[in-house]
Design a protein around this ligand. Structure first.
Ligand SMILES: NC(=O)c1ccc[n+]([C@@H]2O[C@H](COP(=O)([O-])OP(=O)(O)OC[C@H]3O[C@@H](n4cnc5c(N)ncnc54)[C@H](OP(=O)(O)O)[C@@H]3O)[C@@H](O)[C@H]2O)c1
Length: 363
């Protein structure tokens, strides 16, 4: 690739969209040339759209955006669609994604953080290094829908840590049953439907609409075949807790073949992601096991591997389901949203799905 791919970001002002922008800063393969947001932001520069009427900043990701990005004017959906871009990152609600992602996919590849199309049989839910073979479905999707591009969603942010941690267990011992309780960060709800600080401070909210069904369905799709989910059962309770970033999950796993904590730890800690090597957003390790019984903790561990490494701890034998139990932590707006979407775009680009491969020198 001599010139970087021209990239559009839909939902650029939101929590996930901001993480996409942060992950694309000075990116060697992608250059953000257009940004889109709601009608309320359209016409403003990104810098102005990210400013509250009070003057406060709505920028939530780390660091500061390059002035050239802040000077980009936010476009409405129709205007963004008319831009000469090679690739779109979509970080909008399910409702907006349902309407607009197909229109973009008709023209260009769409990498999505939204759930709108994750249940479609020709739409794989991709985590690079975990279910790469599912990308095959994108060829059928393109053909059947007559699109030049495609829709490639990443999973729900709560599914990601669970699926990554289960992958080596499933490969080595066969997963039979999964019971998971999540303690999810406030940023996972986004700004639009966000959780009020007054509701969550000194509190735990014991219900997140649609979340449990998504995690149950998506985990089986990712670890099975895209048209035939894995046959194990998954049962979840999803809660919202007083944490800014980082979803913690307590996981109980029953396995087909005998396993104990030591064998599970060896399988998880030895889990490699050779296929991700050379991708600009890839962590050294997608999964690590921490033997410290007080870890993982959201505040201390969510930024492992630049927010792209999933941390497992408290790995123990599980006598009831006959398997193992553990706690897993993943960064919901980085691996689980913006940076995870960028990693997927990098992987799809290197594998030739976006039309242009990076040059050998860039790899
Ligand atoms: N937050 C997370 O941790 C996370 C993780 C994984 C996946 N996701 C998914 O990512 C998506 C975005 O979530 P979020 O947390 O970033 O939400 P958010 O903070 O509420 O941001 C929503 C974004 O959508 C824009 N928008 C609203 N209506 C629009 C329209 N009609 N056309 C174009 N843009 C429109 C908003 O622009 P304005 O600023 O102009 O209103 C804003 O940029 C959701 O599908 C969510 O489920 C989020």
């Amino acid at each position: 690739m001599t010139e970087p791919l021209r990239v559009g970001v839909l939902g650029a002002t939101g929590l996930a969209g901001q993480q996409v922008l942060a992950a694309l800063e000075r990116h060697p393969w992608f250059s953000v040339t257009a940004v889109g947001a709601s009608h309320a932001s359209a016409g403003k520069t990104l810098g102005d759209a990210l400013r509250e009427p009070s003057g406060g900043s709505r920028w939530f990701a780390e660091g500061r955006l390059d002035p050239s990005l802040l000077a980009l004017r936010c476009l409405d959906d129709e205007a963004l669609l008319a831009q000469p871009i090679d690739l779109l990152f979509s970080a909008v609600s399910k409702e907006v994604a349902l309407q607009w992602e197909p229109r973009f996919a008709d023209r260009v590849p769409v990498i999505s953080t939204a759930s709108a199309f994750r249940n479609e049989p020709d739409v794989p839910i991709l985590i690079p290094g975990i279910n790469d073979a599912h990308a095959e479905a994108l060829h059928d999707q393109r053909r059947q829908r007559g699109w030049h591009g495609f829709i490639a969603p990443i999973p729900n942010c709560t599914t990601t840590g669970l699926a990554v941690s289960l992958k080596p267990l499933h490969d080595t011992f066969g997963v039979r049953t999964v019971v998971m309780t999540s303690l999810q960060a406030v940023s996972g709800a986004g700004r639009q439907d966000g959780v009020l600080a007054l509701d969550v401070i000194d509190n735990v909210i014991p219900f997140i609409p649609d979340e449990e069904e998504k995690v149950e369905r998506e985990t089986k799709k990712i670890l099975g075949h895209w048209q035939e989910p894995a046959s194990f059962t998954v049962s979840c309770t999803c809660t919202r807790v007083n944490v800014r970033d980082g979803h913690l999950e307590s996981v109980f796993v029953g396995t087909e073949r005998p396993v104990d904590a030591a064998a599970a730890s060896a399988a998880m800690d030895g889990f490699g992601v050779d296929g991700l090597r050379g991708l600009p957003s890839a962590p050294d390790r997608l999964l690590r096991v921490d033997p410290d019984p007080f870890r993982p903790q959201p505040r201390r561990d969510r930024d492992a591997g630049g927010g792209m490494t999933v941390t497992v701890g408290r790995l123990r034998d599980e006598p009831v389901l006959k398997g193992v139990k553990y706690v897993v932590l993943s960064h919901n707006t980085k691996l689980g949203a913006g940076k995870g979407a960028v990693l997927l775009a990098e992987w799809l680009t290197r594998e030739g799905y976006t039309g242009r491969r990076p040059t050998r020198a860039a790899l």
